[in-house]
Unconditional design. Structure first.
Length: 107
């Protein structure tokens, strides 16, 4: 009986877990980041995880940045960050990230 009381008291002191911790953390990560390359990568990761709102926020933030340099993509292209962000937003709209996630899960 004493042990159960101690466990109950410890649980009450911890408080209730937040209802949706992941999306809030994702949005905070996007808001804190200022590097367009990191934001693009974060947007892709969020989209692959199904967090489309946070991914959209990341892509839109990059698209709004005034960056006068290009980034090298994995396929060797040199592209302005805003153009990559536009591509990311288009992929979100088409559902490409969801299809890619399904392919990974099916393996």
């Amino acid at each position: 009986m004493l042990v159960q009381g101690m466990i109950a008291a410890a649980m009450m002191l911890q408080g209730a877990p937040p209802a949706e911790p992941a999306p809030m953390q994702s949005v905070a990560l996007v808001q804190a980041q200022e590097d367009p390359a990191k934001l693009l990568n974060l947007g892709v990761k969020l989209a692959m995880a199904g967090e489309t709102d946070a991914a959209r926020l990341a892509f839109e933030k990059v698209r709004a940045m005034r960056v006068d340099y290009t980034l090298e993509t994995t396929d060797g292209r040199f592209v302005y960050p805003a153009d990559l962000a536009r591509e990311g937003l288009e992929m979100l709209e088409r559902g490409d990230f969801a299809r890619a996630r399904d392919k990974v899960a099916a393996r």
